[in-house]
Design a binder for this molecule. Structure first.
Ligand code: ATP
Length: 366
């Protein structure tokens, strides 16, 4: 296993162009740690596959270097990089049994028969294939074939990294949850460096230790699911993570006061005199509806979705969503919202800005 360093990496599919807009991947500098599970998350076209192909060696970046530990692999072939890959669609040998398919990467490297059998049994057990080991791959369902691909990707313990490109696309929805959980257990047990590409936030958040959120060719944040939820670094993360995503309300801010639609809110932090286009970000879960206090809103509609009630309302000129517990009783005169001040984020030109603790700002010890 290895750490993976992207050093000033950038890629353009238009050779010779220097224009930023021509770069499918804008310049990035990161080290992905050895043994961690990362998810590359973002919408279609944001550059996930481009980045994965650069890591796997299918694509040579226009700029920058890629290192596995301290070794520069920028010009190395996929085979030389010693990685395992699992693709969107199953890649299996139809004439072989499930056991032979799983054993193939180990046999290919001349591993000892006892070790191969033990390793195949362990993987088959963890991924739910024990009952099928003797069956020929031909004729198995797409779900089972993809399980074989996943198992084959995980069977070697000497790879530098395992790369997954939307591996659960063909998996039946009810099995997805099970497989996501099994992949996580396999990671915890074997400790491979894993990179998992997906546009599905649930897959990313359940699988990964750290989620790498991409937007428009840029990595906008690398964080734990909790960090992405509580402190999105960019408004895109706030919007993309969560269902519905974070609310954004235009605001003016001076020190620890925010003014929304003519009403002043006291903030927990001192933001000084922030410049740029300012927005207050608050997740639907951290807003309450009340009768009297807070900011007046117009209620548009209420949607009951089991565990929550989602209320869509208008604050000033901005539509917002409020998530209430299912047992909250809604009364017709509840037309104000109260925002939890501890959960507020302030964004300037889409990037989150950090305030100082108000004690620090006034020069007093905390
Ligand atoms: P998806 O989830 O749809 O696969 P993605 O996040 O993986 O999307 P990429 O496939 O990496 O995104 O594409 C990033 C950008 O690069 C897109 O604008 C895409 O049109 C462009 N692109 C990708 N492959 C090529 C190519 N071979 N030639 C030219 N442009 C490309």
């Amino acid at each position: 296993m290895a750490s993976i360093t992207l050093e000033n990496l950038a890629h353009s599919y238009q050779p010779g162009s220097d224009a930023d807009s021509d770069f499918a991947l804008k310049a990035m500098d990161y080290t992905w740690e050895d043994g961690q599970a990362y998810a590359l998350l973002g919408p279609s076209g944001c550059g996930k596959t481009t980045l994965l192909n650069i890591i796997s060696g299918l694509l040579t970046p226009t700029r920058g270097r890629i290192l596995f530990d301290d070794k520069d692999v920028t010009a190395a072939s996929t085979a030389e990089r010693n990685i395992a890959q699992v693709f969107q669609f199953p890649v299996v040998y139809d004439t072989m049994t499930v056991r032979q398919n799983l054993a193939f990467p180990l046999r290919n490297r001349g591993m000892e028969a006892g070790y191969v059998a033990e390793r195949v049994d362990r993987i088959a057990q963890m991924i739910g294939l024990e009952a099928d080991l003797h069956k020929k791959a031909r004729g198995l369902t797409a779900d089972l074939k993809q399980k074989i691909s996943l198992g084959r990707g995980m069977v070697r313990d000497d790879v530098n990294a395992i790369l997954f490109d939307e591996p659960l696309t063909v998996i039946d929805p009810h099995l997805k949850w099970e497989l996501r959980t099994q992949l996580k257990s396999l990671h915890q047990e074997f400790g491979h460096t894993m990179i998992y590409v997906t546009h599905d936030q649930t897959e990313a958040l359940t699988f990964a230790d750290k989620v790498v959120v991409m937007h428009d060719g840029r990595v906008v944040q690398i964080g734990t699911p909790k960090e992405l939820f509580e402190a999105p670094a960019h408004s895109f993360v706030g919007y993309f993570i969560g269902s519905p995503g974070m609310n954004f309300v235009p605001v003016s801010v001076a020190r620890n006061k925010a003014v929304i639609d003519g009403k002043t809110l006291k903030l927990e932090h001192d933001y000084g005199d922030p410049q740029g286009e300012l927005e207050l970000g608050i997740r639907p879960e951290f807003i309450r509806l009340t009768k009297a206090d807070g900011l007046p809103v117009r209620i548009n509609r209420v949607q009951d979705v089991g565990r929550h009630k989602f209320v869509n309302a208008t604050l000033g000129d901005t539509e917002i969503n409020v998530a209430l517990d299912e047992d909250t009783v809604l009364e017709t005169d509840m037309a104000n919202i109260v925002i939890d001040p501890l959960k507020i984020s302030i964004f300037s030109d889409d990037w989150r800005i950090d305030g100082k603790s108000t004690d620090d700002a006034e020069g007093r010890p905390r």
